[in-house]
Design a protein around this ligand. Structure first.
Ligand SMILES: NC(=O)c1ccc[n+]([C@@H]2O[C@H](COP(=O)([O-])OP(=O)(O)OC[C@H]3O[C@@H](n4cnc5c(N)ncnc54)[C@H](OP(=O)(O)O)[C@@H]3O)[C@@H](O)[C@H]2O)c1
Length: 356
């Protein structure tokens, strides 16, 4: 049973290991689905797992299947249930990342900031990470390998500071969830890219990459240039079908010298003013840094980014670039991300085909 007493706006009252810490860095938190006065209880049906976390869980499941049989979804379900049982939250211990969830408001604490306006029964998506959200899973009903989404039965708790978005009835929920999970990327792109900029997007055919492509083209304008680095032919085709990039090319961003050569060929040897890293695997820091001009900006949205690799790598090649950590939150990020779909019918069609 959850300890009662004074609650903290940020959820530190639920941190068990170490006690009193903030819930994101905590190893384990109290996931008892009984809320305090300023908390929110959600009946959860879908988890949108962070792409870096999902990829890691899938790769580990593949290795487990090769060792001892079963199916990839079965092994992934076991791993997810195990993490949540051990930590009280879906906080992947390897990638350190989480994701977000979709569910129905079950109870609103009487001192919660939205107590006067939010009604039980409202469909919401959380905009704070699963890596800090108390979660209790009853069962996993299915794993969608194409969407990085997991169907579950469970309950979650949102702290008083936890932001969420009510799901608009005109947007399919699984689509809204996928877009909102990466909402920080297009919103930051909107802040960073100026008219006339040369922009390189790495992982341009993924969810955040496609949204950034739209926003980068819009902000760089006709005098700017937008280059889309994709990985597989399939994601290159998705990026190209938007018709927004000046060039779409494939490269493995984990192999910086080769990836840089491919970018230079596409961009006529010019480096980027702004580079946006949207990949879901580790080891792509140097491609981002080497592709950016001295004095330019690298925005690391990828959760697989290593602070050490980026800082020491930039120093190692003597490149004076500003490097930005991809804060998942930017003011108004949910509206910016959803607006991309309203503004661009092709983009919406791609997301509908993928997530509905
Ligand atoms: N900062 C935040 O708050 C925040 C929030 C949510 C997500 N994220 C992170 O943002 C990243 C992108 O998320 P997402 O949902 O957009 O992922 P996604 O849809 O899975 O897209 C990732 C893309 O990376 C590409 N990629 C993989 N390996 C590559 C390589 N070696 N070289 C070049 N490209 C490669 C993939 O291409 P292929 O499919 O062709 O391999 C894919 O298109 C993830 O790391 C995720 O954890 C951050």
């Amino acid at each position: 049973m959850r300890k009662t007493g004074k609650t903290c706006l940020y959820g530190s009252h639920r941190s068990l290991e170490p006690e009193g810490s903030l819930p994101q860095p905590a190893w384990r938190i109290d996931n008892t689905p009984v809320i305090g006065d300023d908390e929110l209880l959600i009946r959860v049906d879908t988890l949108n797992v962070d792409a870096a976390s999902f990829t890691q869980l899938e790769q580990a499941a593949e290795a487990e299947v090769a060792r001892s049989g079963g199916t990839i979804p079965e092994r992934m379900a076991e791993a997810i249930l195990d993490i949540v049982a051990r930590r009280g939250k879906l906080h992947n211990p390897v990638t350190g990342s989480g994701g977000m969830l979709l569910g129905t408001v079950e109870e609103v604490g009487k001192a919660h900031p939205a107590a006067a306006s939010l009604r039980p029964g409202t469909r919401i998506a959380t905009l704070v990470s699963l890596s800090l959200t108390p979660l209790k899973l009853e069962r996993i009903k299915g794993i969608n390998l194409d969407r990085d989404q997991v169907e579950v039965e469970g309950r979650a708790v949102l702290f008083a500071s936890g932001i969420y978005a009510a799901i608009a009835p005109d947007l399919p929920e699984t689509l809204a969830l996928a877009v909102l999970d990466v909402a920080g990327a297009p919103a930051q792109t909107a802040h960073l890219v100026r008219p006339g900029d040369r922009v390189l997007i790495i992982g341009a055919g993924g969810k955040s990459g496609l949204l950034c492509l739209h926003e980068a083209r819009k902000r760089a304008g006709v005098t700017g240039k937008v280059y889309a680095m994709a990985h597989s032919p399939a994601s290159a085709e998705r990026a190209a079908s938007l018709g927004l990039a000046d060039a779409v090319f494939t490269a493995d961003a984990g192999r910086p010298l080769e990836a840089l050569a491919a970018f230079q060929q596409a961009a006529g040897g010019q480096a980027a003013d702004v580079t946006i890293n949207c990949v879901n695997v580790a080891g792509t820091e140097m491609t981002s840094i080497m592709g950016t001009r001295d004095g330019g900006t690298v925005y690391f949205f990828s959760m697989a980014t290593s602070f050490t690799a980026a800082a020491l790598g930039a120093e190692g090649i003597g490149r004076d670039v500003q490097m930005i950590i991809g804060n998942g939150y930017t003011r108004g990020h949910d509206r910016t991300a959803l607006a991309c779909l309203q503004e661009n019918a092709r983009l919406r069609a791609i997301f509908e085909a993928w997530f509905v």
